[in-house]
Design a protein around this ligand. Sequence first.
Ligand SMILES: [Zn+2]
Length: 260
Amino acid sequence: MRANPYLSKAEYRLLDLGITEPNSIDVEAIAWDEGVKVQYSDLIGCEARLVGFGDRGIVTIRNGSDERRMRFSLAHELGHWNYHRGRSFACRVDDLVDGYSTKPTEEREADGYAAELLMPSYMFKPLARAIKRPTFEGVQDLADQFRTSLTATAIRLVDINAWPLLLVCHSAQGRVWFNRSKDIPERWFPQKELDSDSIAFDRLFGNKDRIRAQKINADAWFDCREAGRFEIVEDSIRISSSQVLTLLWMENDEMLEEEG
Ligand SMILES: [Zn+2]
């Protein structure tokens, strides 16, 4: 197959193997094809490990964690195998969430490879555009199709720019990380502290039942002067005992215009 400049290394690999459906992405088979042996055992201190000897590698995945997480771990180690050959790694996969913007380059590259291998743009983009609305219900639907975690899928949805979205993670101490689609201008920078009008605030501090995604004034999330003129759609979920993840959908095209 001819190299396509629009495809990443992982996506090119999948197309080369003739894989066109999410349920055909067999990460263990891909590993085997690349000379990587996969084993499962009781690892201590890390969730996945890669040991390489020349063109042979052994990936060890910690037994017993969630199936989607183990799959992501394996794809992450294949990222190291493809990008950082000749080195060994011991990885904690929850770093994907905890240190999204601060983790070392090699770890971000391996996460990127994993996201592209498990949710290749040529499959993910059309399915992402087909969801009814970009809320966590839609994200869950995609996560079930691709057998990926809700957080990894939400990050992919934002990165792939199928909808104008911001994804923000907060703990009680404030914003932990955020990410935005390419179509969203940089002036939309989410506040550090959660506003008490936001759904995320209720999720983090209240004990309210699930509120469905709803419209909210943009000034609950942004402190620029024009924010008060707009409404956005907010959906927020708890992803751990201490963190909430929020999707903000900018439905109004005026918000996407560059200031001029
Ligand atoms: Zn790693």
